[in-house]
Write a protein that binds this ligand. Structure first.
Ligand code: NAI
Length: 731
């Protein structure tokens, strides 16, 4: 075997039979990503392969890293502005050309995908004639660019359209950015074969080369037709209207340019030759990468998420101690979901409720989820049985012996929560971590009910627990660093994303989402058309419309919280300002008997099964004023600004201590629109930057009320030319 280095990041290993293995191995990084060195290397490899083609029988791409190849270099991408558009376009074209040269060499090219191949990694694989994936645990394959506001521009759109047809390429790969396990990638046509071991994978690669000495891509065979046809085919054209509808559903009119550009690149690219399609793809990519929204999304879903998950907020120097056995107190909606999530992560769960029946019912929730997963091929019977065997339902506190963590999820009542902790604190391990899933009660006060407040902490899950990725960790006044580190580790252990906040009423998430809801409801009080209010929320990019969300949470809950808060504020000698939404909520509940969905009537009508049956006509009759017309842009911005401004107040009050936590918590916990990059990135990216945001907040304050007055912290940062960032700046 001869081994020479053609380039800095790809090793060229040629054996005696003429098979060249191209080993992707960036010496300067732990994982391979598409940077300038790789672009140069792929071009160098293409050139050498052409020059030495007489001695080459076939090519195998594989990697020396744990993963095959990651996506683009996001540190680079986030810096590309409109002024670098040409450069971005050219860089994209150069990689496309290099891959194309290898693809059309006339020799068989195989991707031996030894680990995750996402984005650029899967695009390299797509340029190969045969794709074999190693069935490694956790390995993922797909083109998730859309989730960062981008499109796959290494030929990803052009090739998936030719491989799968426009419909499947869009729906299965491009528009959702789905990441497939090797097995599911095989079922969906993304790879040709799966291997159980590295040796088997490489043997299969060789076998393909032996059997296909003159391999070429299906789309380079004369007369090739894109599966399912192209828009000039009348049958395809008949289906085309489904795409914009699907897109609309995905983005609800909110400013997400990536799905739109992907659709355009796919459809336009399908009607032209391969080279032209690649140019079209590059143009649509350049538009995205130089724009604002991709930057917002890269900041949030890559950098902020990484900072949050890697423990920027975890106290250092505390040895991790994985939880082995957790006590979940209360087997209601939240407890049942928490039990499932813990058991799924391999933790033994004792699920306790008042009666054995109630506890058993909580376990049945896991059974239902698993039955569904099994029917969809997402789990196996063996895995299901193992998970269920880890959950022990009980009504007997003695069964909690040996638990090293407790998560309480009984009714929202301080006295009851104190009681259940007292009942179990001497039974569980003497140093067990003590967590409460309260959504509104101050942690410091709850901690007064236990003998070890230093080990007591808030662990606020979101509903439905099995789907929602976020957990808000709340530090009480007496919570110790050790408890915080252990809570952080527990959240990571169950594969969720932790943000850390200091104790305060409503913490960060419940408090800030309350602003959004109040703002929508206040507009009803001003006489706005309720349909427009709902449309404004959707077009701002909120996943749930504001009045429907209020109905889900029930109108009585915020009233209860408001009354408690008012009492607390007044007892502390403060004055209670209230919110214009209060009067609307009071009338809805007291005058019209409409407390929300669970009560069968709210801002919406409901059918017998609790399904929404249109907005309540009484809203028009009792609240709407025909002469009132709030500008649509104002409606959207009132919702977005109300949350952004309150988040700045959370920073001022030290409820929040990190920008990344605010951004991630707002998107993953409370549905702040993802296109913004999160609630503080929204301010950073606002037209005119922080000064522009401040000016607009003042306009809104003059028109709609003092609550839009920009807080001092925001004004100061705007004056100093700063932005919200965790790096090198104190808040
Ligand atoms: P739920 O009403 O569905 O369940 C509460 C469960 O606690 C019931 O099964 C009840 O039998 C049980 N329980 C009552 N006393 C008990 C005791 N002494 N020992 C053991 N179990 C006892 O309530 P849900 O919605 O699950 O909420 C639970 C907690 O989670 C509350 O503190 C709530 O504020 C919080 N939370 C709720 C969210 C939601 O969306 N529902 C979201 C985040 C937090």
């Amino acid at each position: 075997m001869s081994e020479t280095t053609t380039s800095s990041t790809i090793r060229w290993e040629q054996d005696d039979t003429g098979i060249v293995t191209l080993v992707l191995d960036d010496p300067n990084q732990s994982a391979n990503t598409m940077n300038q060195a790789f672009r140069d290397s792929i071009a160098a490899v293409a050139q050498r392969a052409e020059a030495e083609q007489d001695s080459i029988r076939g090519i195998v791409f594989t990697s020396a890293k744990k993963t095959f190849f990651g996506g683009g270099d996001l540190k680079d991408m986030i810096r590309i502005g409109p002024e670098n558009a040409q450069q971005a376009f050219d860089a994209g074209m150069s990689i496309k050309h290099a891959l194309r040269r290898i693809e059309t060499l006339g020799k068989p090219v195989v991707a031996a995908i030894n680990g995750a191949a996402l984005g650029g990694g899967y695009e390299i694989a797509l340029a190969c004639h045969h794709r074999i994936a190693l069935d490694a645990p956790g390995s993922k394959i797909g083109l998730p660019e859309v989730t960062l506001g981008l499109l796959p521009a290494g030929g990803g759109v052009t090739r998936t359209v030719r491989l799968l047809g426009i419909a499947d390429a869009l729906l299965k790969v491009l528009l959702q950015g789905t990441q497939y396990s090797p097995q599911r990638a095989l079922e969906n046509g993304l790879v040709h074969d799966v291997a159980a071991t590295q040796d088997e994978m490489l043997a299969k690669a060789r076998a393909f080369i032996d059997a296909n000495p003159e391999s070429q891509q299906p789309w380079d065979v004369k007369g090739y037709k894109i599966p399912g046809g192209t828009p000039s085919n009348p049958r395809f054209a008949a289906n085309l209207p489904a795409f914009p509808a699907n897109l609309k559903k995905q983005t609800a009119g909110a400013p997400y340019p990536a799905p739109r550009n992907i659709l355009a690149a796919a459809v336009e690219g399908s009607q032209v030759d391969f080279e032209t399609a690649q140019t079209i793809e590059a143009r649509y990519f350049t538009e995205l990468v130089t724009g604002r929204i991709a930057k917002n999304m890269i900041q949030a879903f890559f950098f902020d998420l990484q900072a949050v998950n890697s423990g920027a907020n975890r106290p250092q120097g505390i040895e991790p101690r994985p939880v082995r056995k957790v006590a979940v107190l209360g087997a209601g909606m939240m407890g049942a979901g928490i039990a499932y999530s813990c058991a799924r992560a391999g933790i033994d769960v004792v699920l306790k409720d008042v009666t054995a029946e109630a506890a058993q019912k909580g376990k049945e929730y896991s059974e239902k989820l698993l039955a569904k997963a099994l029917s969809r091929g997402r789990t196996t019977e063996a895995k299901r049985d193992a998970l269920l065997a880890r959950i022990t339902p009980t009504a007997d506190p003695a069964d909690l012996a040996g638990c090293d963590a407790v998560i309480e999820a009984v009714f929202e009542d301080t006295t009851l929560k104190h009681k259940v902790f007292q009942e179990i604190q001497d039974i569980v391990e003497p140093d067990a971590l003590l967590c409460s899933n309260t959504s509104t009660l101050p942690i410091t006060a709850l901690a007064e009910g236990v003998t070890r407040p230093v080990d007591f902490i808030g662990l606020h899950f979101f509903s439905p627990v099995d789907k929602m990725p976020l957990v808000e960790i709340i530090k009480g006044e007496r919570t110790g660093d050790e408890a915080l580190a252990r809570a952080f580790d527990l959240v990571r252990q169950i594969n969720k994303t932790p943000i850390v906040v200091n104790d305060s009423r409503g913490f960060f998430t419940s408090r800030v989402i309350g602003q959004f809801i109040n703002e929508g409801v206040a507009m009803i009080g001003e006489g706005a058309d309720p349909v427009s209010v709902e449309q404004a929320a959707a077009q701002a990019g909120y996943p749930a419309k504001v009045l429907s969300l209020m109905d889900e949470l029930t109108l009585t809950l915020p009233r209860k919280i408001r009354n408690e808060t008012r009492r607390a504020v007044e007892e502390a000698g403060g004055t209670w300002a209230g919110h214009p939404a209060d009067a609307v909520i009071d009338r809805m509940v007291d005058e019209f008997g409409r407390p929300g969905r669970s009560g069968g009537a709210g801002f919406y009508e409901y059918d017998g099964e609790g399904k929404r049956a249109g907005l309540w006509p009484g809203l028009r009759e009792h609240f709407a004023k025909p002469d009132v017309e709030i500008p649509f842009e104002d409606m959207k911005e009132r919702m977005l600004f109300s949350e952004a401004l309150d988040t700045v107040r959370c920073l001022e009050e030290n409820v929040l201590t990190s920008v990344a936590d605010a951004n991630i918590g707002s998107i993953m916990g409370i549905g702040f629109p993802a296109w913004t990059g999160g609630v503080l990135q929204y301010i950073n990216g606002y037209e005119g930057g922080l000064p522009g945001f401040v000016a607009r907040a003042r306009e809104l304050a003059a028109a709609y009320g003092e609550r839009f007055e920009p807080p001092a912290l925001l004004v100061h940062k705007a004056e100093r030319g700063e932005r919200f960032s965790d790096e090198g700046q104190t808040l």
